[in-house]
Design a protein around this ligand. Structure first.
Ligand code: AMP
Length: 562
């Protein structure tokens, strides 16, 4: 009998992939010959939603109509603009997931309703929650979320007989993670993890962009968009060659003279530009090693994950540090999706070439605050850690607290995420009251239980020990979550777009919004840009080349904003 299909999804900052185990083997599913789907969402010429390559292709020309790197906004309470509409990060991610789901369905010729989705080890509770919501909006039940480095380890080591310590170094477009993973028989355990979810190849691009605009100051936003593309292409080229010519003909015109970009960049110079970032990643490597109580010499293998690890400096620095070459045999872009598919197959009960059981860890400490001594003084917000950073998941920890006053009827419990001994320096992620306590002298014991599941989602409950009076919460973050009715509305909205018949995207609404925005931003624009803006507003009002004028105006506003 066939088990229900569960796919594995690497929902990346720059690119995403979807994979599935078939006949015991992992297949990363292709679309139009490519296994890598750019994590771009755009509004096309006819107000249709574009996802992947077509959206990425229009980014340089229509940045205002395209969203990239939505993953950087997951868990934030923000709206992202796409043409004249706004969407939550969850909705934008859901559009990518819908596309991936459709790719898998057309390959498998079957509906796909369940997925394992990977997230950076460093993702917070709110970011994981937002990822789960994106899945739900897209019509996918997220049966498990696993950390990306863990997935990578699973993809490499399907047959691990001996005990090994593996370092997984994951440098993508927008995030960096390093994890120390222990492999033994059929247990994969992440011992420690560290990273920076705002560091990646995009930052390397930015260094090259700065280098280019030091030499040639672009006047227009179109030129700027072309420079962005050229910078990324130059970076990739430098992974395979020591020099690159960055060339863009007719970048723009200045006083009637065409300006061409032609600039050489050497790998050496590029490497000095990005050295500070690589240093930062190596510091994180050492923090992770310390967290795992291991030395560099204890590491048996180094695995590279993420497109940016193709940068030769990454391997060189790791090799110098660890006296061994990182393994390169699995495509660094595909090993996370591969591991996700393996995990999915394990859950579905499919036969695969491994029986690995996954043990994951929490990258954060969770706890509460209480009156206690801090720096020799009595302080009401002393941090009391309950679940320690780097603990294996799932984990359940209970601690006991006592009421301070006689006949105290209620206690106010605050939950924090962080490492500082002053709770106020950590992130408060939830708060609740336990009311109706017994009228007894001070010292009434209250048990506080924190339960962190495999997806990194936290359940908190407090019980008055002597009566069993209980109160519990699922963390209601300062960073807002979707309520049930909002979820339904978001699903409807995204479905309508994918049904392609959403009448709300009427040009008139867009036109009005765009003109209003342009008028608001006029005073920030340079003389040249404001002349363009005024001309374009006129053209749009007159409906002369409406479409093109709107696109051009959108481009200019986008760059004024950024
Ligand atoms: P990911 O987030 O793992 O998909 O990684 C995407 C990042 O890898 C982007 O910043 C790409 O520009 C970068 N990248 C892809 N190929 C290369 C390459 N050959 N050399 C350097 N960086 C690359």
């Amino acid at each position: 009998m066939n088990n229900e299909i569960i796919v594995g999804i690497d929902l990346g900052t720059t690119n995403s992939e979807i994979a599935v185990v078939q006949d015991g083997k992992v297949i990363v599913i292709e679309e139009a010959g490519s296994k890598i789907i750019p994590s771009f969402v755009g509004m096309g010429e006819n107000d249709e939603i574009l996802v992947g390559e077509p959206a990425k292709n229009q980014y340089a020309l229509y940045p205002e109509r395209t969203i990239k790197s939505v993953k950087r906004h997951m868990g934030e309470e923000t709206k992202l603009e796409l043409a004249a509409q706004t969407y939550t990060p969850q909705e934008v991610s859901a559009m990518i997931l819908k596309r991936l789901k459709a790719i898998a369905e057309s390959y498998l010729n079957e509906p796909v309703n369940k997925a394992v989705i990977t997230v950076p080890a460093y993702f917070s509770d709110a970011q994981r929650q937002a990822t789960r919501e994106a899945g739900e909006i897209a019509g996918l039940e997220v049966v498990r979320m696993i950390n990306e480095p863990t997935a990578a380890a699973l993809s490499y080591e399907t047959n691990h007989k001996t005990h090994k310590h593996i370092l997984v170094y994951d440098l993508g477009g927008g995030t960096f993670d390093v994890s120390v993973v222990s492999l033994e028989e059929d247990v994969v355990e992440v011992l420690a993890s560290h990273g920076n979810n705002k560091l990646g190849g995009d930052d390397f691009d930015q260094k090259i962009i700065e280098y280019i605009i030091d030499h040639i100051k672009p006047q227009s936003s179109k030129a700027m968009a072309r420079i962005n593309r050229a910078a990324e292409a130059a970076k990739r080229a430098l992974s395979n060659q020591p020099f690159v010519m960055i060339e863009e003909e007719y970048l723009e015109e200045k006083n009637g003279t065409p300006i061409h970009l032609s600039l050489e960049l050497s790998r050496d110079d590029y490497e000095s530009m990005i050295a500070e970032y690589i240093d930062e990643t190596l510091e994180a490597v050492h923090i992770a090693l310390n967290g795992a109580n291991l030395l560099a010499s204890d590491i048996d293998e180094i695995l590279l994950v993420g497109g940016s690890t193709r940068t030769p400096l990454v391997s060189q620095r790791l090799e110098a540090e660890f006296k061994q070459q990182p393994r390169l045999e699995i495509d660094p872009d595909l090993c996370v999706a591969t591991g996700a598919a393996i995990q999915a197959a394990i859950i579905a009960g499919d036969k695969i070439a491994t029986s690995a059981v996954l043990v994951d860890i929490t990258p954060y400490t969770y706890g509460t605050s209480a009156i206690g001594e801090l720096n020799g003084e009595l302080y009401p917000y002393m941090y009391v850690p309950i679940i320690q950073k780097n603990s294996s998941l799932p984990i359940m920890k209970t601690d006991v607290f006592h009421t301070m006053r006689d006949n105290q009827e209620a206690v106010d419990i605050k939950i924090y995420q962080g490492e500082d001994s002053d709770a106020l320096n950590n992130i408060q992620i939830g708060e609740f009251m336990v009311e109706g306590l017994n009228e007894v002298p001070q010292g009434n014991p209250i048990l506080l239980k924190l339960e962190l599941d495999l997806n990194g989602i936290l359940d908190v409950s407090a019980v008055e020990k002597n009566t069993g009076l209980a109160k519990s919460i699922v963390i209601d973050n300062a960073i807002s979550r979707f309520e049930a009715d909002e979820m339904a509305a978001a699903q409807k909205r995204i479905d309508a777009i994918f049904g392609g018949d959403d009448e709300d995207h009427h040009t008139t609404v867009q036109t009005k919004a765009l003109i209003e925005k342009a008028e608001r931003m006029l005073d920030q624009a340079s003389a040249e840009d404001s002349e363009d803006i005024i001309n374009l507003i006129e053209a749009i009002k007159d409906k002369t080349d409406l479409k093109e004028s709107m696109d051009q105006l959108s481009d200019i506003l986008y760059y004024l904003e950024s």
